[in-house]
Design a protein around this ligand. Structure first.
Ligand code: NAD
Ligand code: WQD
Length: 349
C-alpha cells in the first residue's frame, strides 16, 4: 500500500484525513510545526490509528527545504496531500507577508523537495475564497478567480505555481481541491476543530457558546438578500472532506497535469438555520444578537459539486444536523479543545 506525506497533519482537516487514510490502509507520514495546532491532536490520531503502525509523525516547518528534502529521502513517499497553511482571512489582511511566506513559501519548498526526490503526485488544499464575490451560485470551477484578500491570493498563486510545474513536468499529477465551509468533527469525539483564541468561523464560535466559553453568537448582518436575511454558506462535514481527499488521491493517476475540483454539498444553510441546528444538537436555544455585517462578507456561497461526483465519484453524505451533532460531541467532551485545564480565554465572555 502506498505511503502518503500529509502536511499540516495535526490541523483540523489534516488530522481527520490522516485517520481516514490509515483506516483505508494507507501509510501516512504526517508533518506539522504546530503553528496552529497542538501535539494533543497527534496523540489522538495515534489513538485512532492504534495497532496499525501506519502513522508516523515528524515535527517540521515546511519552509525548511533541506529538512523536508531529507525527510522525503528517508523513506519512499508515493504522494503528498498538502494542507499546511495559514487560513484566517482577516489576519492575512493585517499580516500579508506572513501569509505569502507560509502559504506560498511552504508550497515552493514542498515542490522543490518533491522535484528533488522524484515525487510527482500531489493533492493541494485550495479554497472557495478564490471565487471572491461570485455572481452566479452555485459556483462551478470555471467561474472566474477573483480573490479579494491576501489569503485567497496565496491559494490562487499556489494553484498557478502547481499548474506551471505540471506544464513543465508532464509526469506530474496534481489536483487542487477548492473546499467550501468545512465543519463538524470526528464521530468518536476525539478529533475536532480547536481554533486558537476567538474563533473566526461561525461553527466553532457557536460550539464555544454552547459549552459556555462565549456568551452569545453575533450574527453578522440579517439584511442580506437571502431567505432569512443572514449569510448562506455551503457547510461540508470534515469526514466527507477527508473521504474526498482519499478519492482525489486514488484518482491522481487518472489524469496528468493540474486539475481543479470543488468540494461542497451544493446546499446552502443560513447562519440562523445553522444556529437552530446546533441548538437542537445541544438541547438548548443558544443566545444570539444581530450585529453589523462583517467587512468582506458576501450573501451566498454554494458549490456546484458535479465535477467531484463525475471525476472522483464523491458526493457529501452528511448533513448539517450531523455536523452540529459531531461538533457538539467534540466540544462537550473537550471544552478546551486539545488543551487540558481551565478555559484559556474566559475574559472574552
Ligand atoms: P489548520 O490551521 O487547522 O491546519 C493547518 C495546519 O498546518 C496546522 O496544524 C498548522 O500548524 C500547520 N502549519 C502551518 N504552517 C506550517 C508550516 N510552515 N510548516 C508545517 N506546518 C504548518 O487549518 P485547516 O482548517 O485544517 O485547513 C487546512 C488547509 O485547508 C489549509 O491549507 C487551509 O487554507 C485550507 N482550507 C481550509 C478551510 C477551512 O475553512 N478550514 C477552507 C478551505 C481551505
Ligand atoms: C460563515 C457565515 C458570516 C462568524 C471562511 C473563509 C473561506 C474559507 C471558509 C478557508 C458568514 C457568519 C461568522 C460569526 C457570523 N476558509 N458569521 N458570526 O467567511 O464563509 O469563509 O471560511 O479557505 O476562505 O473566508 O466562513 O465561518 O467565517 O462565516 O454571523 O461569529 O457566518 O458572516 O455569513 P466564511 P465563516
Amino acid at each position: 500500500m502506498s505511503t502518503v506525506l500529509v502536511t499540516g497533519a495535526a490541523g483540523f482537516i489534516g488530522s481527520h484525513t490522516t485517520v481516514d487514510l490509515v483506516a483505508a490502509g494507507y501509510d501516512v507520514l504526517g508533518v506539522d510545526n504546530f503553528a496552529n495546532s497542538s501535539p494533543g491532536a497527534v496523540e489522538r490520531i495515534h489513538k485512532l490509528a492504534e495497532g496499525t503502525g501506519a502513522f508516523e509523525f515528524v515535527e517540521l516547518d515546511l519552509r525548511d527545504r533541506a529538512g523536508l528534502t531529507e525527510l522525503l529521502g528517508r523513506r519512499p513517499v508515493d504522494a503528498v496531500i498538502h494542507f499546511a497553511a495559514k487560513k484566517a482571512v482577516g489576519e492575512s489582511v493585517e499580516f500579508p507577508f506572513d501569509y505569502y511566506d507560509t502559504n506560498v513559501g511552504a508550497t515552493l519548498s514542498l515542490v522543490a523537495a518533491m522535484l528533488d526526490r522524484g515525487v510527482n503526485r500531489l493533492v493541494f488544499s485550495s479554497s472557495c475564497s478564490i471565487y471572491g464575490d461570485a455572481t452566479t451560485v452555485p459556483i462551478r470551477e470555471d467561474a472566474p478567480a477573483r480573490p479579494t484578500n491576501p489569503y485567497a491570493r496565496t491559494k490562487w498563486m499556489c494553484e498557478q505555481i502547481l499548474a506551471d510545474v505540471c506544464r513543465r513536468h508532464s509526469d506530474w499529477h496534481v489536483t487542487s481541491l477548492r473546499y467550501f465551509n468545512p465543519a463538524g468533527a470526528h464521530p468518536s469525539g476525539l478529533l475536532g476543530e480547536d481554533p486558537r483564541g476567538i474563533p473566526n468561523n461561525v461553527l466553532p464560535y457557536i460550539a464555544q457558546v454552547a459549552v459556555g466559553r462565549r456568551s452569545e453568537l453575533s450574527i453578522f448582518g440579517d439584511d442580506y438578500p437571502t431567505p432569512d436575511g443572514t449569510g448562506v454558506r455551503d457547510y461540508l462535514h470534515v469526514v466527507d472532506l477527508a473521504e474526498g481527499h482519499r478519492l482525489a488521491l486514488a484518482a491522481l493517476d487518472d489524469a496528468a497535469g493540474h486539475r481543479v475540483i470543488n468540494l461542497g454539498t451544493g446546499r446552502g444553510t443560513s447562519v440562523r438555520a445553522l444556529l437552530d441546528a446546533f441548538s437542537a444538537a445541544c438541547g438548548r436555544a443558544l443566545p444570539s444578537r444581530v450585529a453589523a455585517r462583517r467587512a468582506g462578507d458576501v450573501a451566498e456561497l454554494v458549490a456546484d459539486p458535479a465535477l467531484a461526483a463525475g471525476l472522483l465519484g464523491w458526493t457529501a453524505s452528511r448533513d448539517v444536523a450531523a455536523m452540529c451533532r459531531d461538533a457538539w460531541e467534540f466540544q462537550r467532551l473537550n471544552p478546551n479543545g486539545y488543551e487540558p485545564g481551565p478555559f484559556d480565554d474566559r475574559t472574552h465572555i
